[in-house]
Each structure stands twice: as structure tokens, then as C-alpha cells.
Design a protein around this ligand. Structure first.
Ligand SMILES: [Zn+2]
Length: 74
């Protein structure tokens, strides 16, 4: 194991799916709630709402950054 280990694609997919359901993603390795931090991809009002979520595990310090696709439904 390396210090800079990241989640693999499957683990990231699980976290993304949890987040998409409105749940707090859980670290698949530590089984603790991830800290979610929203990162704005741009200024509001520019006509696009690209948003990123940065999930950090407080236990193993692994993090995952992914784009959140926002639906157009209200
Ligand atoms: Zn962890």
C-alpha cells in the first residue's frame, strides 16, 4: 500500500452512486462517513452549473474528486 493510494474506479463508482441517492458516501475501506466538500467550478450566473464534490475519508485520508452532474429537473 502506498501513502498516496486512491480509491479505485469501482470504489469511486460506489461513492458516486451513494451521493447521487442523496446519501452520505461511506469509505469502502474504513466504513466511516466521508467528508464532502463542494467545489464550485465557476461563478454563479454564467449559464452553467458545473459542480464538483471532493470526498475525503477522515480515517485513511483517501480522497476522491468527481464531477456532479446536475439534473435540469426542479
Ligand atoms: Zn477510509
Amino acid at each position: 500500500m502506498t501513502e498516496a493510494a486512491q480509491f479505485d474506479a469501482e470504489e469511486q463508482g460506489q461513492m458516486r452512486a451513494s451521493f447521487a441517492r442523496g446519501e452520505t458516501p461511506v469509505c469502502p475501506r474504513c466504513h466511516v462517513a466521508m467528508t464532502a466538500r463542494a467545489i464550485g467550478g465557476g461563478s454563479f450566473g454564467l449559464g452553467y452549473a458545473r459542480k464538483r464534490e471532493w470526498l475525503i475519508c477522515p480515517a485513511c485520508r483517501r480522497s476522491a474528486l468527481f464531477d456532479v452532474k446536475r439534473g435540469t429537473r426542479n
